[in-house]
Design a binder for this molecule. Structure first.
Ligand code: ACO
Length: 306
């Protein structure tokens, strides 16, 4: 059994914050941010639920499905609107869903954790036929806009897919990883901003993600040269370049949106997927690798035959 993506949707806030806007607020420059991160501008200003609802609705429309056609809903987010209940609740109500629904928090690896979870559920005995998986995060309310180490990176956004059961395998290999010893490298307590040890996160991310990609490829029996499409977490373009170099996947295969979206956590991989779809890269049979990492630290990779 497998699960194919039959709908993709995205949501970004209208408000654009450019590097020059940031340079007017703190000691930084457009040139520094572009060179060190690949970001030109980012979008901020919507709550997680709004972006989840908008992207979820768009994915269901593309799939030609109504709320009754969805059998399970997973919302990957680390920035719920409220402490209680999970943001899956309001999203579920606004989309008119009648199925089971839950939040999944694996930070920026959340969408990929959710993708593996959705596949496993679909594959389970009497599992769901169709799963709505959304990655949505609003990092801007948790960002200290005087901290140039984090404010240049973080943003808001949402992205969604509908997965439908198929009779042939699609998830060829996967790897889920975590190391809670690194939990203080990137954290935000209740009612405080996110703090980050940027250099250390960079190092852990490059090592863990390239190993994770190679593990997933090995389990799938696929070589790095055979990868057609790479959908990487959009945290820093230099991290993506380093991961490509270490894992042997051609950087030209990566579909990146970070220049205009910034890092919107669990939303970055579906946003990258939407770009690959618009570019015509997601052809049937294509080998597609997704890989993400985030606070925890967590990381996750999948190898999918599209
Ligand atoms: N503008 C100008 N100068 C800056 C800025 C800035 N915004 N930030 C740091 N600098 C300076 C530093 O003070 C330092 O100066 P010095 O040499 O005089 O001491 C110099 O630039 C280099 O600083 P580094 O911290 O070494 O810069 P680096 O190249 O590592 O880039 C960055 C910093 C962009 C934060 C990088 O480390 C990074 O991207 N790390 C990974 C972060 C990440 O991926 N986080 C998301 C995880 S996913 C999630 O869960 C949300």
């Amino acid at each position: 059994m497998g699960a194919k993506v039959i709908g993709i949707g995205t949501s970004l806030p209208e408000k654009v914050l450019t590097n020059d806007d940031l340079a007017a607020m703190m000691d930084t420059s457009d040139e520094w941010i572009r060179e060190r991160t690949g970001i030109r501008e980012r979008r901020i200003g919507l709550p997680t639920s709004t972006m989840a609802i908008e992207s979820g609705r768009a994915a269901m429309e593309m799939a030609g499905l109504g709320p009754d056609d969805i059998d399970l809903f997973i919302l990957a987010t680390t920035t719920p609107d409220q402490r209680v209940p999970g943001t899956a609740a309001v999203t579920h109500a606004e989309l008119g869903l009648g199925c089971g629904a839950f939040d999944l928090n694996a930070a920026c690896a959340g969408f990929t954790y959710g993708f593996v979870t959705a596949n496993a559920m679909i594959d389970a005995p009497s599992g769901p036929q169709r799963v709505l998986l959304i990655g949505a995060d609003a990092l801007s309310p948790l960002t200290d806009w005087s901290d140039r180490g984090t404010a240049i990176l973080f943003a808001d956004g949402g992205g969604a897919v509908v997965l439908e059961r198929t009779d042939h395998p699609t998830l060829l290999g996967w790897d889920l990883g975590a190391d809670g010893n690194h939990r203080r490298l990137l954290m935000g307590d209740h009612d405080s901003f996110i703090t980050m040890e940027g250099r250390d996160v960079f190092k852990v991310a490059v090592r863990a993600v390239s190993e994770s990609v190679l593990t997933a490829l090995d389990r799938a029996g696929v070589s790095p040269e055979e990868v057609d499409v790479l959908l990487p977490h959009q945290a820093n373009i230099r991290i993506i370049e380093a991961i490509c170099k270490r894992s042997g996947i051609d950087f030209a295969k990566s579909h990146n949106v970070i220049d205009h979206t910034g890092n919107n956590c669990a939303a970055t991989i579906p946003l990258s997927m939407a770009k690959a779809h618009a570019d015509g890269a997601l052809e049937p049979g294509a080998i597609v690798v997704m890989t993400g990492f985030g606070a925890g630290m967590t990381w996750a990779s999948t190898v999918v035959r599209w």
